[in-house]
Write a protein that binds this ligand. Structure first.
Ligand code: HEM
Length: 505
């Protein structure tokens, strides 16, 4: 086959231009240098160094290049913060400059072209969506108002697990947790459960969630090389469009049914009723129906998996360390007794349970690289120049395992949050040594709810049941990196009720 000499010349020219550009782009135009980082290959930059488990490969690179590291990934610049000081510098000192989000192609359709909360830039609409969530869903008073929904659904879960335990059937924990949490979110948002144990609608919903979380997590070549994104070489954009169309059809139907059932909710308004009634503010800012659909998408995805993953890891760690499980059960027996299920109001009295949850969040943060931030102007951070349009990744996973802060960081030891150094760190985003919810302007909107979901669910499971692995099964503690960081092999367990039978009624 003859090789076209023009094609060869054009390719060589492109490579040369890219190499020159690459050199030129690494040269800081400011009096401050770029942060250190790998040089990377022409065109690809450091993409091949990042690999499939980005959180751990970036942590290894940071050991070599330092806690503030600059990488070129395809055509994007990316800065990575890998310890508490670096996180503080970005999420506190230059938080305003990094308050936007990047625009990954794979998230465009599912986020309704970023008209949601989680992927939107730091705009007045974002502020309004966040305010709505805080006022009517996730903030102090709303959080208290929705307590009965959490109680009913968690007790329903305990009853259903009791049934499985009596029947001697194994339980896939993640399934149970995600269904329970999605139902809590569904009841609060649109006054209805989205999962039943069986049923076509709930399976459809579950498939959408799974496709979204796996498709969104895949490494998409088009995101790093926008000029060839149109080719959709891996078919990810096509898959995400299909997820979006299925979700949109489902949520449109939910909206119609919600509107039709308005009369039945007199005096018992849900989140959507409240948002629709307040969608125009005094200063004229509005929320559209598309914003509301996109927000529903956020709340189902951000509000279910994140908490469930932490409970699953905590349970796995306790199965690995039976002494920790026994101590948590003894504390629960002491505070709650054996004649009733755990109540949310018991949680402040359960110091050891709280420590177990924090330790699980430290060692297994559900969003290991947080959500990416994006800079809208050049800035200087700790003596380094960071150009406009740089992505920021905060390696929450590496921060929780930093040996400079945490003694024996790989050991699961809840006591570090009672008598150790961890006791002085609050997870809400003020102490950068421990930031499972991120920090700054874009800190997790559901941090208060997330913390209670985790403590209440884990407490109820540990108090109400004894746990064991199926005979002959080894506990696999591998991680599966994606948008979130669940166990690679979902936890499957047998349960034995440990409370008096009336407690489950
Ligand atoms: C233990 C459970 C949870 C963890 C560990 C967690 C963690 C996080 C993290 C690390 C971020 C990114 C922060 C950043 O960009 O700097 C985030 C964002 C977010 N989370 Fe959570 N989250 C949890 C539960 C929840 C729940 C229950 C909800 C809602 C029901 C929620 C809603 C959100 C939203 C809407 C955002 C985007 C905020 C924004 O962009 O302004 N999260 N979460």
């Amino acid at each position: 086959m003859a090789i076209d000499p023009y094609l060869v010349a054009a390719t060589v020219l492109c490579l040369l231009v890219h190499l020159l550009l690459h050199r030129f782009l690494r040269k800081s135009p400011s009096r401050f240098p770029y942060p250190p980082g790998p040089r990377g290959l022409p065109i690809l930059g450091s993409l091949l160094l990042v690999g499939a488990s980005a959180h751990s490969s970036l942590a290894r690179l940071a050991e070599r290049y330092g806690p503030i590291m600059f990488l070129r990934l395809g055509s994007h610049g990316c800065v990575v913060a890998s310890n508490a000081d670096a996180a503080r510098a970005f999420l506190k000192t230059v938080d305003a400059q990094f308050a936007n989000r990047p625009d990954p192609i794979s998230a465009r359709d599912v986020s309704y072209q970023r008209q949601n909360l989680a992927m939107a830039d730091y705009t007045p609409t974002w502020k309004l969506l966040r305010k709505m969530c805080s006022l009517h869903l996730l903030g102090g008073k709303a959080f208290v108002d929705w307590a009965p929904v959490r109680r009913d659904e968690f007790r329903r879960m305990a009853r259903s697990l009791h049934g499985l335990a009596e029947a001697g059937e194994p339980v896939e924990l993640m399934d149970v947790l995600v269904c329970t949490l999605a139902n809590v979110v569904g009841l609060i948002l649109v006054s209805r459960r989205v999962f039943d144990a069986h049923g076509e609608e709930s399976n459809k919903f579950k498939d959408i969630l799974v496709d979204m979380l796996t498709g969104g997590a895949q490494f998409n070549i088009g995101d790093f090389f926008p000029s060839i994104a149109w080719m959709d070489l891996q078919g990810i954009q096509k898959k995400m469009l299909s997820v979006h169309l299925r979700f949109d059809a489902m949520v449109t139907k939910l909206f119609e049914e919600h509107e039709a059932a308005k009369g039945e909710r007199q005096g018992r308004l849900d989140f959507i009723d409240k948002v629709m009634a307040n969608k125009v503010t005094e200063d004229g800012e509005t929320i559209s129906e598309v914003n509301v659909k996109a927000l529903i998408f956020d709340l189902f995805t951000a509000g279910t998996d994140t908490s469930a993953i932490i409970v699953e890891w905590a349970m796995a760690e306790m199965l690995k360390n039976p002494a920790i499980l026994s101590r948590a059960q003894a504390e629960l027996d002491d505070v709650v007794g054996r004649d009733r299920l755990l109540e949310e109001t018991d949680l402040p009295k359960l110091a050891y349970l709280q420590a177990v949850c924090k330790e699980a969040m430290r060692l297994h943060p559900s969003t290991p690289l947080s959500l990416p931030h994006f800079s809208h102007e050049d800035c200087e951070v700790n003596g380094y120049y960071i150009p406009k349009n740089t992505r920021l990744l905060v390696n929450i996973w590496a921060i929780g395992r930093d040996p400079e802060v945490w003694e024996e960081p790989l050991v699961f030891d809840p006591d570090r949050f009672i008598t150790g150094k961890g006791a002085r760190y609050d997870p809400q985003g003020n102490d950068f040594e421990f930031i499972p919810f991120g920090a700054g302007r874009r800190v997790c909107a559901g941090k208060l709810v997330g913390m209670v979901f985790v403590q209440y669910l884990l407490g109820m499971l540990v108090h109400a049941f004894d746990w064991s692995l199926p005979d002959g099964e080894e506990l696999n503690m591998d991680e599966k990196f994606g948008l979130a960081l669940p166990k690679a092999v979902p936890l499957k367990v047998f349960l034995r009720p440990r409370l008096s039978p009336a407690a489950y009624a």
